[in-house]
Design a protein around this ligand. Structure first.
Ligand code: ARG
Ligand code: ZN
Length: 862
């Protein structure tokens, strides 16, 4: 609705890290009393407030989220307040008071899914970052730590289960079919970790004994019918608890740990103290409905949220600029956990693939920001790949430079020193420095400088010696025109060009300055450079190595990541040369033939290695992206690989046909490679590809095989394509998580008519803007399909912009997440850039935009 005269037409304020001031008032105790009802919930809050040292003469400021304040008492007496936007200000005479408020909120119409909201008959909360203020008036900032007591009262039939943080301490039945429960969390916590859930839930119960012998009751709460799908999450939870004891010496601290799965959730999951709330896609898994990747994601997210109990909850963030303090560290911890559970090499490859797909583009575009941002308009926009995944790389670099034992001593000091506090990234680095006996003074630049460093490497060989010349540079990013060199830890080894043998030991070279020269001696043969092994630093390495050297590393490097990387580089070079009219697929095919020799021994690694770099990644290496040309060149490479090795692919597709379904790493690797073999057969135009895909689809006893076959068919012209799509839909109709796959598989199709199909799917009765998973499945997947989104006539842009505008009034957080693909407009040809900025301007012109979308769109245009 056009609302041109809206009073808030001024741009929303910018919040700056430098403006941090400590709270004027503390809130040591909070008692909440909820009269729960989907339409109208009454919230009574009693806060004991204490004036802080810095609070002389300051009013008590309580944040609100637009809800109505019905009554306010100070020390039992009705009191007055002033309003300041959505905040209220209360002038208090003394240094300690009891504040009682009463307000009314409306969960059923809370479509933003922040605060208390309804999801499929449940009532649940999401408070991070600033949702608690939508529940009750409160100083909603993470440096206020309070002990919470929560009483909930509700209709017993509709909401038989009432959960909150900590332990259930009391409860019972009430007249009129109602009941109540009271929970108490003994640990002081910030408001963003508050949670409650009410609903008709079934529970998978288990028990964990900590290493000091305390028993913990574990519960995973889901809809009754979903109980059989909770086993994997429970196993992952117990494994995570044991892992954190063993690897970080961190034990769980409450006698209860509950997880609830909800269908409508803005992101992955939330680490509320003792009551994690999850997007159901990261809890529910069984072979029929979850792929192997889904299983891994469930375990990874369960671990992530569990690990937050220490890295996030026991030690939390002083302010939201410090978000990576908990997120970067916790992602690093969940990556380590997953690496320990399966193949560390494959896990590292997946993590780097994600970093390059999601974070490098962020760093290279208008939304670039440091791991510790300096300002924001809406904090929800900063739950980014930079804060999470690049943040994890920073922790990893520290661990690499210090070695595990010293790094672990630094972590111990961090947890011991700051237990129960709200601290900063600086506090973390200082603890690592002191506990690990290291000097990280220059390393801190990684927290403050945005952008992906570029490292050039040249190896000059003379006799039995060689010199490695390194330089580093960091391009300007918004607000940061000039940068300084940062310490870049590079694991480096040399290999003999004739024998493929490693020449000497691997070295850890920390490139501190803009340039360095590193001598090597005693080389028996010409050396080939293997650099940034294990992806020891999140940088772009520019080094010219001929195809033969890359093939040698692909065959002989003893670092699996470096092997993978060599073949990726060879494929990338091949596609880039093709784009300049020089087509030579032979070196890739030869190297790939070598790699396929390992298919039986390590199918999971081979599956990663033989996938060509994504179209987006190829685009990132071009001065101006022509999505059609990139697609065509990549397809030519796939066709060449498929055709030249078609007998190998066919052989693999036959041989990897599994017996009974198993979830072992070997079985998972086999399934992945088998479907990749199938897609190469399609790329080759093999006459039997479609029939094989259909047979795989039909015979599958698991979702990995079935969806893999469906995806291969979805990108084809085969007659089996519509049959498979219809059969898949019919089989899984009503299972939202699987129908999400049906949507995303079609949105990711490489067919030229994908946009038309996606527009039609947006009108499908199962499509809804109310469910973030469904939005991501269709719109998010489509926007990630480079060629389809960037269709030359701009209709892909128009469609996604329309969706952003339709979604913004419903769920601004999720709407804003679809903006960044537009921010890449400078990377495309002028016609596309014009079309993209036209859509950004069209969005920006709409009155009443959310802060979320306003920030992303206005920054994308800058
Ligand atoms: N802390 C949650 C997690 O680990 C995510 C919360 C996201 N919040 C948001 N407003 N986007 O990882
Ligand atoms: Zn997290």
């Amino acid at each position: 609705m056009a609302d041109v005269q809206r009073p808030d037409a001024a741009p929303p304020p910018i919040i700056r890290r430098a403006d941090y001031v400590p709270p004027a008032w503390r809130v040591p105790e909070v008692a909440l009393d909820f009269m729960l009802d989907a339409d109208e919930t009454w919230v009574r809050a009693t806060l004991s407030v204490v004036r802080a040292d810095s609070g002389a003469g300051m009013p008590l400021a309580l944040d609100g989220g637009g809800q109505k304040l019905v009554s306010l008492r100070v020390d039992g007496v009705p009191a007055t307040w002033r309003t300041d936007g959505d905040r209220i200000l209360i002038d208090l005479p003394g240094n300690a008071h009891r504040i009682e408020t009463e307000c009314v909120i409306h969960p059923a119409t809370n479509t933003q899914l922040m605060g208390l909201y309804a999801s499929g008959g449940l009532l649940c909360t999401q408070c991070e970052a600033e949702g608690f203020r939508r529940i009750t008036f409160f100083p909603d900032r993470p440096d206020i730590l309070s002990r919470y007591t929560v009483r909930m009262e509700a209709d017993r039939a509709t909401y038989p289960v009432l959960l909150a943080n900590g332990d259930r301490i009391n409860g019972g039945d009430l007249p009129g079919g109602r009941h109540w429960a009271q929970w108490r969390d003994p640990f002081p916590k910030p408001s963003y970790l508050f949670a409650l859930v009410a609903g008709d839930l079934a529970v998978n119960r288990d028990r964990f004994i900590t290493r000091s012998g305390r028993g913990v009751d574990l519960g995973i709460w889901v809809r009754e019918g979903d109980l059989p799908r909770t086993g994997h999450a429970m196993a992952a939870l117990k494994a995570s608890m044991a892992w954190d004891e063993r690897v970080y010496g961190r034990e769980y601290d409450l006698s209860v740990f509950n997880i609830v799965a909800v269908a409508d959730f803005n992101f992955g999951a939330m680490e509320n103290k003792g009551l994690n709330i999850f997007n159901s896609r990261y809890i529910l898994a069984d072979p029929e409905t979850a792929t192997d990747a889904d299983y891994d994601a469930v375990a990874g997210v369960v671990a992530h949220e569990y690990f937050h109990n220490w890295s996030g909850n026991r030690v939390t963030c002083r302010d939201w600029f410090q978000l990576s303090l908990k997120e970067g560290f916790t992602v690093f911890r969940d990556q380590q956990f997953s690496a320990d559970q399966g193949s560390a090499a494959v896990k590292r490859i997946e993590d780097v693939r994600l970093l390059r797909a999601a974070q490098f583009p962020e760093d290279g575009g208008p939304l670039a920001h440091p791991v510790r941002p300096d300002s924001y308009i809406e904090i929800s926009n900063f739950y980014t790949a930079t804060v999470y995944n690049k943040g994890a790389e920073l922790i990893r670099m520290m661990a690499t430079m210090l070695g595990w034992d010293r790094f672990r001593r630094g972590c111990d000091l961090y947890f011991d020193r700051h237990d129960g506090q709200a601290v900063t990234c600086e506090d973390f680095v200082r603890a690592i420095e002191e506990g690990g006996e290291a000097d990280l003074s220059r390393f801190r630049l990684w927290y403050s400088q945005a952008g992906t460093p570029r490292v050039t490497a040249t190896l000059d060989h003379h006799g039995t010696a060689a010199t490695l010349r390194l330089t580093q540079s960091l391009a300007a990013t918004p607000g940061q025109p000039v940068k300084q060199p940062m310490p870049i830890p590079l694991r480096v080894a040399l290999f003999g060009a004739e024998t493929g043998r490693r020449l000497g030991e691997e070295r850890l070279i920390v490139l501190e300055d803009a340039a360095a020269e590193i001598p090597f001696e005693g080389l028996a043969e010409r050396p080939v450079l293997s650099i940034n092994r294990g992806f020891s630093a999140p940088v772009i390495v520019e080094t010219t190595r001929p195809a033969a050297d890359l093939a040698l590393l692909s065959a002989h490097d003893d670092d699996p990541f470096a092997r993978y990387e060599a073949l990726q580089q060879l494929m990338l070079d091949t596609i880039l040369a093709d784009l300049q009219g020089r087509i030579d697929h032979a070196p890739v095919i030869a190297a790939m033939r070598d790699v396929l020799g390992d298919a039986a021994r390590d199918p999971a690694f081979v599956a990663e290695a033989v996938l060509p770099p994504s179209e987006a990644f190829v685009g990132d290496h071009l001065p101006a992206i022509d999505p059609e040309a990139v697609h065509a060149a990549r397809e030519r490479l796939r066709a060449a690989i498929g055709g030249a090795l078609v007998d190998d692919w066919r052989g693999l597709h036959d041989r990897l046909k599994a017996g009974a379904y198993e979830l072992t790493p070997a079985a998972k690797g086999g399934r992945r490679l088998r479907t990749i073999a199938l897609s190469y057969m399609f790329a080759a135009g093999a006459a039997d590809a479609a029939a094989r895909a259909w047979a795989q689809f039909e015979a599958a006893d698991n979702m990995t095989d079935r969806q893999g076959a469906l995806a291969a068919l979805a990108s084809s012209d085969a007659a089996e394509r519509p049959r498979a799509l219809a059969a898949f839909y019919d089989r899984y109709r009503g299972d939202a998580l699987v129908i999400d796959k049906w949507f995303s598989t079609q949105a990711l199709s490489t067919r030229p008519d994908t946009l038309r199909a996606v527009i039609a799917l947006a009108a499908h009765p199962d499509f809804t803007l109310a469910n973030p998973n469904r939005v991501r499945a269709l719109i998010g997947a489509f926007a990630a399909n480079q060629r389809a989104f960037h269709q030359a006539d701009g209709q892909g842009y128009r469609f996604v912009a329309d969706m952003i505008l339709a979604l913004d009034p419903i769920n601004p957080q999720t709407a804003a997440r679809m903006v960044p693909p537009f921010g890449r407009w400078r990377r495309f040809d002028p016609d596309r850039a014009t079309l993209m900025t036209a859509e950004l301007n069209r969005i920006l012109a709409v009155p009443g935009l959310s802060r979320d979308v306003f920030e992303q769109v206005s920054k994308s245009l800058a």
